[in-house]
Design a protein around this ligand. Structure first.
Ligand SMILES: CC(C)(COP(=O)(O)OP(=O)(O)OC[C@H]1O[C@@H](n2cnc3c(N)ncnc32)[C@H](O)[C@@H]1OP(=O)(O)O)[C@@H](O)C(=O)NCCC(=O)NCCS
Length: 255
């Protein structure tokens, strides 16, 4: 826990609607499946990660998770649970960066594992009020990718294949940044993990607000949620894409 000042509280509050949406979803999964609410919040929202407690889908829940989820489960209604969640988020330490992840602006990659390089996107360019995927920012995004792949080429000769997995590959505004055969390789995952941003990110606008129409579509889909396949309620599914790394070196004229 860190000391909460007004600035910290305000930073967390920007995302109130985003977490309200996630909690509504977990409450519905819990109600339909009979699983305890704390478990549903841990597995079907990204709160475990946003609280700086790591990825609960690949390791056991952090011991501090109970400090949040225990009191949350005891609260009488959704509003009280959301207020508690926002208080805990404001007091949580900053999320630690992923170990070894290399960042160039909005893009980053994990160093190759068995030749496979995973790439990621996060919004680090909207302070001017213009979203990072706007047409006017295509040159900036392409330049970040070019610098990132130049770095990869220089430092990781063992890299063979690039892999991405995100809802973003549904968007032409994102696909246009990459070689076409990479984005054309898209396939849908059979089962979708919901403890990160690869699905939840689709509700956020670049200012951190929740997009009203996407929220409305999601809330309608929640009424017929299948607790065995809850990811089907999301308007967009994460797509997995892949291409040989050489393809990127050529595309960004690094070869
Ligand atoms: C990516 C992100 C910045 C997009 O927010 P935004 O406010 O729509 O941002 P931009 O203005 O940059 O995006 C503009 C483009 O994306 C399109 N777009 C964005 N989200 C969309 C969605 N859910 N459905 C359809 N189109 C969408 C817009 O229509 C627009 O396309 P156009 O220029 O061709 O009209 C925001 O969702 C975000 O920060 N998400 C969290 C990060 C994330 O999801 N990372 C992936 C982790 S795997």
């Amino acid at each position: 826990m860190v000391e909460v000042d007004d600035a910290r509280r305000a930073r967390a509050e920007v995302f109130r609607e985003y977490f309200a949406l996630q909690l509504s979803f977990a409450e519905e999964v819990s109600r339909l499946s009979g699983r305890p609410l704390g478990e549903a919040v841990r597995d079907f929202t990204n709160l475990h990660r946003r609280l700086g407690l790591g990825d609960a889908s690949t390791s056991s829940p952090h011991p501090e998770w109970r400090d949040y989820s225990g009191p949350m489960e005891a609260l009488p209604d959704a509003q009280a649970r959301l207020d508690w969640t926002m208080r805990v988020l404001a007091a949580a330490p900053d999320e630690p960066p992923q170990p070894n992840r290399v960042r160039f602006g909005c893009f980053s990659y994990d160093p190759p594992e068995a030749g496979v390089v995973r790439i990621h996107f996060n919004n680090h360019d909207s302070i001017d009020g213009v979203g990072p995927l706007a047409r006017s920012k295509v040159p900036a995004r392409r330049s970040e990718l070019a610098r990132m792949f130049a770095h990869l080429r220089r430092t990781a000769p063992e890299a063979e294949v690039v892999v991405g997995s995100s809802w973003l590959y549904n968007l032409e505004a994102y696909r246009r940044l990459f070689p076409t055969d990479y984005t054309a390789s898209a396939t849908e995952a059979g089962e979708v993990r919901l403890s990160g941003t690869s699905s939840w990110g689709q509700f956020l606008t670049h200012s951190g607000a929740v997009h009203p129409e996407r929220r409305a579509a999601f809330m309608t889909a929640l009424k017929r949620l299948d607790p065995q396949a809850p990811w089907r309620a999301f308007p967009l599914r994460p797509l997995r894409v892949t291409a040989p790394v050489e393809r990127f070196y050529t595309h960004f004229s690094l070869g």
